[in-house]
Design a protein around this ligand. Structure first.
Ligand code: ADP
Ligand code: MG
Length: 558
């Protein structure tokens, strides 16, 4: 057997390993994500090269990743049938920081040190191969490039300044092509060698890696990651399935209302490349909408198909749209990007903008469905969230407003849209009238309606507590202001000064008399032309709370 040769790490590598081990100890599990993404990269490279050199695949046709665990001895092996490494590759890639994420990381670290910064920077970068030493005190890399007829073994230990490389001679250990990484876990980290633990981590981080991943369970390998369909194919399939289902039977409950797949790959300067799948579930998963604490873990962010996070608290996607579920995958973010970094990231802001646009396109699509029932059901489940959007997201008022639905004085059984209201407006009508109330019945019976009904003006019935605030936030729709018909200054545009003078003379004293008797209980008593049958009505001041709001506020403080 040729002897193992000893090599010193490039100085930066030792420093990097120190840093990784000391800064990431609380988040050790990232090692698996890093190693799987390296395996996936190696498979990608091979697949790419094999297009022009198909003979590269001859020793093993399958492109996959296999993870085996030995929980008794605390050993994990990760095997890929990718491009492998030659002896020189091993020296260049695992002993030196030649390029890629790690090199950038060290440079940034140096710049930040020069600027008096600290080590937190590590969170921004993929930490790569050396993250193996987070959990292992010995790492053995046995690798065979299809361009070499020899297999080599790289071996390194935690906290060491040197590593060794030797040729693999044991026939038992020979692999046709690719790389086998063996991690001898540290005493306290042997728990990672439990098959269920690995299985869980793989599911979580690597669901969308584009090669199958098998994990070793008691009885053999289990496929964790099922791939090889083109996502656009998936879309076609699902749509076919959808129409198929519709054809077959109407009673099948569909699992989602709509979904959308983006392929945002415009590599323009400054653009962000990412892909996403969003969908609107058919029913609210929580059963009951929770407006105060919307479930925000609705969008799962992946970088190069490796799961990064679903915990953004509204940074990547607005909270009020949290009923939309989705997956996002970007190549433009570093693997180990932290939440703090995401919050500041321009890339995330751009993604958010586009995701929001997509979500609204999708909801608009449902609202335009020929089957009116579709949107009615959607509205029943998620309408509240859109109303919340009127309050929380001024920027998107134009997108939200057309999606709102209300009952009205002319449609108290079927919800109408603001567009329908506007179409139904009288030629001289300038405002969108509404009355907020605690129920449809009381809205229908309010004396405020009389004059408007007489004039055949439609009035929206706002019967959900959040409706009134939502509409007040919108202020207007298509240049028509929302006007509360219970407010003091309601002007229906019928000034007849002669008549008013007459009436004032006749009833002025009556008003004074009533005011004297009611005292502080009312702000003023006035003659009004807004009623037709009722003798009087209590109205709210122009700048005061509406009766409905007052009711709401009372119920909040009690
Ligand atoms: P990065 O993946 O950002 O390049 P890493 O530290 O993760 O940095 O890996 C360093 C290099 O080692 C890779 O660029 C690749 O050339 C090589 N490498 C690591 N793992 C494998 C593997 N499983 N198969 C082939 N090459 C690998
Ligand atoms: Mg890597």
């Amino acid at each position: 057997t040729p002897p193992a040769e000893k090599y010193e790490y490039q100085a930066e590598v030792s420093r990097l390993m120190d840093l990784i081990v000391n800064s990431l100890y609380s988040n050790k599990e990232v090692f698996l994500r890093e190693l799987i993404s390296n395996a996936s990269d190696a498979l990608d490279k091979l697949r790419f090269l094999s297009v022009t050199e198909p003979q590269l695949l001859k020793d093993a046709a399958d492109l996959d990743i296999r993870i085996q665990t030995d929980k008794d001895n605390g050993i994990i092996t990760i095997t890929d049938s990718g491009i492998g490494m030659t002896r020189q590759d091993l020296i260049d890639c695992l002993g030196t920081i030649a390029q890629s994420g790690t090199a950038k990381f060290l440079k940034a670290l140096k710049d930040s040190k020069d600027a008096g910064g600290d080590n937190n920077l590590i969170g921004q970068f993929g930490v790569g191969f050396y993250s193996a030493f987070l959990v292992a005190d010995r790492v053995v890399v046995s690798t065979k490039s299809p361009k070499s007829d020899k297999q080599y073994v790289w071996e390194g230990e935690a906290n060491a300044s040197a590593y060794t490389i030797r040729e693999e001679t044991d026939p038992e250990n020979l692999i046709p092509r690719g790389t086998r990484l063996t991690l001898y876990l540290k005493r306290d980290d042997k728990g990672f060698a439990h098959p269920e633990r690995i299985q869980k981590l793989v599911k979580n981080y690597s669901q969308f890696v584009s090669f199958p991943i098998y994990t070793w369970q008691e009885k053999g390998y289990t496929k964790e990651v099922e791939v090889d369909e083109d996502p656009t194919e998936a879309k076609k399939d699902e749509q076919d399935e959808k129409t198929e289902k519709k054809k077959k039977t109407k009673t099948v409950v569909e699992k989602y209302w709509d979904w959308d797949l983006t392929n945002e790959t415009q590599p323009l300067w400054g653009e962000v490349e990412f892909r996403s799948i969003l969908f609107v579930p058919a029913i609210s998963p929580t059963g009951k909408d929770d407006l105060v604490n919307p479930k925000t873990k609705n969008i799962r962010l992946h970088v190069k198909r490796v799961f990064i996070s679903d915990d953004f608290d509204g940074e990547l996607f607005p909270r009020y749209l949290s009923f939309v579920k989705g997956v996002v995958d970007s190549n433009d973010l570093p693997l180990n990007v932290s939440r703090e970094i995401l919050q500041e990231s321009r890339i995330v802001r751009i993604m958010r903008k586009r995701l929001v646009r997509k979500a609204f396109d999708m909801i608009l699509g449902i609202s335009l469905s020929e089957n009116r029932e579709d949107y009615e059901k959607f509205w029943e489940n998620f309408g509240k969230f859109l109303k919340l959007g009127c309050i929380e997201d001024r920027e998107n008022h134009k997108r939200i407003a057309p999606l709102l639905r209300f009952f009205s004085s002319q449609s108290d059984e079927e919800l109408i849209s603001l567009d329908e209201y506007v179409e139904n407006m009288k030629p001289e009508q300038k405002n969108i009238y509404y009355i907020a109330s605690d129920s449809l019945t009381s809205a229908k019976n309010t004396p405020f309606l009389e004059k408007l009904l007489e004039k055949d003006l439609e009035v929206l019935f706002l019967v959900d507590p959040i409706d009134e605030v939502a509409v007040q936030n919108l202020k207007s729709y298509k240049d028509k202001n929302f006007v509360d018909i219970s407010k003091e200054d309601l002007d229906l545009g019928e000034k007849n000064e002669e008549k008013e003078k007459e009436i004032k003379q006749e009833f002025g004293q009556t008003c004074d008399w009533i005011k004297k008797h009611l005292g502080d209980k009312v702000a003023s008593v006035q003659i009004s032309n807004r009623l037709s049958a009722s003798p009087c009505v209590l109205v709210s001041g122009k700048f005061g709370w509406s009766a409905n709001m007052e009711r709401l506020m009372k119920s909040q403080t009690m």
